[in-house]
Ligand binder design. Structure first.
Ligand code: LLP
Length: 435
């Protein structure tokens, strides 16, 4: 029996040992080394299914946002279960195709598409392009006409709502670089009617990421319904309401609303338009489907501060350094007398002391957590950093010439290496010594 936790995932402790589904995480670390990303297939598919079910009334096409976790193994599993995709580059489109994803279920977004990328999207037959500016619209129309094709498009409208999230991941306010304000979008829509090479079949909005409350969506949908009515009056055959992504997840405790509540805020408006719903969720599918496993190297104390130095660093998971993001961290094998896991990872826990969990990279910003209650751990002990499945490996770098981590996809009691650990040779392969 697989239990579900508050994070709707399949990582759980049994007799003080962390498991991913039916697989002991310590065994994976032994087999594949650390740092190691471990993904749970049951969690990925459970979240995909939860979205498909909660929004069933508006016949949803769940276009998983590839940027969150673009591993081919992850994409393949989602494609095999009816998932579509949201890509923002020719590279992501290439991955989707390689993983067996259907271009006809793929939306092509992004503020800076090149002519080559537009061409690749047309040739693949993507469902639609999300258009971010007037200049981009001209480019799409030009490339499509030259190819003798008609590009299906959706205008990305910026509804000017505050998603109340971190300023780096907020996109739906009018000062953001994404989309176009409502007036400008409507003016542009007038022009589209007379343009060869494009057909406007959808309307797109994406207001931000890690949104934990439903109100911003309610506000955006209300505006979307009106915009769609006006677009149709102009004669555009709008069949798709693309609400973007952004559903928040529980990083700490229970801060994010469940998917069903988001659905209740969104479905009535979309129903009123008669459109099919397209959505671009990334984090809510992959975030809690992955952990980063690392091994303790050293502990040290400097003044009052205690440092736990382990082998995962900011180059493996940059979210804490970049956004001061909180990730739960707990030993893979829980020492006697400690909870597995604690209810609250920030509160004082008997048997723990505050530690800065840091990596080997030469930067003060290289930390996974600050002042985190953890037990004293010996060299070689394993740590799990939770909620690392989205915007983890995809944002990893080779800073300090550190090979990037391996990735493993677990299905029940089976684990499959879906990306091998990089070697030093991999790291210098593109460089040239000779002139
Ligand atoms: N659609 C569009 C147009 C987007 O810009 C994004 C995310 C998504 C969908 C997927 O959003 P999600 O459902 O995952 O929230 N690196 C940051 C997150 C950046 C999000 C960028 N756009 C982080 O680690 O929190």
């Amino acid at each position: 029996m697989i239990e579900q936790s508050r994070t709707m995932d399949h990582f759980h402790y049994r007799d003080g040992q962390l498991y991913c589904e039916e697989t002991p995480v310590a065994a994976l670390a032994g087999r594949f080394g650390t740092p190691l990303y471990v993904y749970s297939q049951a969690t990925l598919l459970g979240q995909l299914k939860a979205l498909q079910t909660a929004f069933a009334e508006v016949d949803p096409l769940v276009c998983y946002s590839v940027k969150a976790n673009s591993n081919l193994g992850v994409l393949k599993v989602l494609a095999a279960h009816g998932g579509g995709f949201d890509v923002v580059s020719g590279g992501e489109l290439f991955r989707v195709r390689r993983a067996g994803g259907e271009p006809g279920k793929t939306v092509f977004a992004g503020v800076g598409k090149t002519d080559e990328e537009i061409k690749a999207g047309l040739e693949a037959g993507v469902l639609m392009f999300n258009v971010e500016s007037e200049a981009e619209l001209d480019a799409i129309a030009r490339v499509a006409s030259a190819e003798g094709r008609v590009a299906p498009i959706a205008l990305r409208v910026n509804p000017d709502v505050d998603p109340k999230t971190h300023r780096y991941v907020s996109t739906g306010k009018k000062e953001s670089k994404f989309g176009m304000d409502i007036d400008r979008s409507l003016r542009l829509a007038e022009a589209v009617a007379a343009m060869p090479g494009v057909s406007m079949i959808g309307m797109h909005m994406h207001i931000g990421s890690q949104i934990t409350t439903t109100e911003p969506y309610g506000g955006a949908v209300a505006k979307g319904v009106e915009i769609i009515a006006q677009l149709r009056e102009m004669g555009h055959p709008i069949a798709w309401y693309n609400m973007g992504g952004g559903f928040g997840i529980n990083y700490r405790g229970r801060e994010a609303r469940p998917i069903e509540e988001f659905a209740r805020a969104i479905v009535p408006g979309v129903t009123a338009t008669g459109c099919r719903l397209a959505m671009e969720p990334g984090r809510v599918i992959a975030g809690n489907a992955g952990i980063l496993v690392s091994r303790v190297l050293y502990t040290k104390q400097s003044g009052e501060k205690r440092f736990l130095i382990q082998d995962a660093a900011m180059n493996d998971l940059i979210r804490p350094a970049l956004y001061e993001s909180f990730h739960r961290i707990w030993p893979v094998a829980v020492p006697e007398g400690l909870p597995a896991p604690p209810d609250d990872f920030e509160a004082a826990i008997a048997g723990t002391e505050p530690w800065d969990v840091v990596g080997p990279v030469c930067e003060s910003g290289d930390f996974l957590a600050k002042d985190r209650p953890l037990p004293r751990l010996d060299r070689g002990a394993l740590l799990a950093t939770f909620s690392a499945g989205a915007y983890g490996m995809v944002m990893a770098s080779n800073y300090n010439t550190r090979p990037r981590a391996a990735e493993v996809l677990v299905d029940g009691a089976e684990a499959r290496l879906v990306r091998r650990r990089e070697t030093y040779e991999d790291l210098i392969q593109q460089e040239c010594l000779e002139a």
